[in-house]
Design a protein around this ligand. Sequence first.
Ligand SMILES: [Zn+2]
Length: 287
Amino acid sequence: MPPPAGPTPEEAFEEILSLTPAAIEDVNALTIQAFQTRGGRIGSGLGGVIEALWGFYVNKRLTDSNYAVELAWISGHEYNDFACLIRDADWDPETKIGELLRVEVKSMVTAADESKAHFDRLQKELTPTDILAVFLWNWEPVEEGARRSYPKVTSYFVGRASQVAQLRDELHVARGGSFVESAKCPDGCKVIPCSHEGEPLNAKNIRERLSGPENSRGRKASYAANFGGLVRMLGVRGTSATEILKKFLGRDDDARKYIQFISKNFAKKTLANLGAEEIGEIDNLIK
Ligand SMILES: [Zn+2]
């Protein structure tokens, strides 16, 4: 079957990126109008609402400008939240026919101690233009000194998931973690590649994801679930991790943007284990 006519995945990616600042303004304009409250609960699922609103507003802008793609909210429990489709084309989420790229959306509350959100998809599951979108939000007063507040998106990252995954994986190895190789699968799988190929194991050889090898279960929990923590994944200590961070900061890609985004908002957590000199050096690279 010939590929459908219309924008390439690369063009669709760029279009979604360029519409994002306006879509975030749309989200904040809606929440300040409709979501005003005293108090302001955290951990209530509002992050999920904000994630979806970004997708809907990007989609509205794609539609209003008659751009030849649209965002679809994927049903079911897949990793991805949105799929970018050729507008009005036939679509099969199973085979991905009609799709250009997929989008995974996460959110974090600025005031919360630790984000529970994870980006733990494996590199082999990502295409070069698949998007990771992360929104940071907080309850902000509707105006200075006001008693009522509203959920405001204060900062965000929207970029190539594969580049963030590469950074995440190199730091995982620097932390003593590894990835399952079929030929040496802890489950002794005979099929190559086995279904565990590329599954992350931590420094204690415990699987990080439920889909990892059965023989790598933890004693206390059936899997570790630290892999891909949105802030935690950048936590560095030791020379090799610092060198990796510096290497990615020397690149002009979305891994660099992700480091800048997280460091700007959570510097104390990501660089906490480094010496003053290293922090200074990395700070200079981040700016
Ligand atoms: Zn296996």
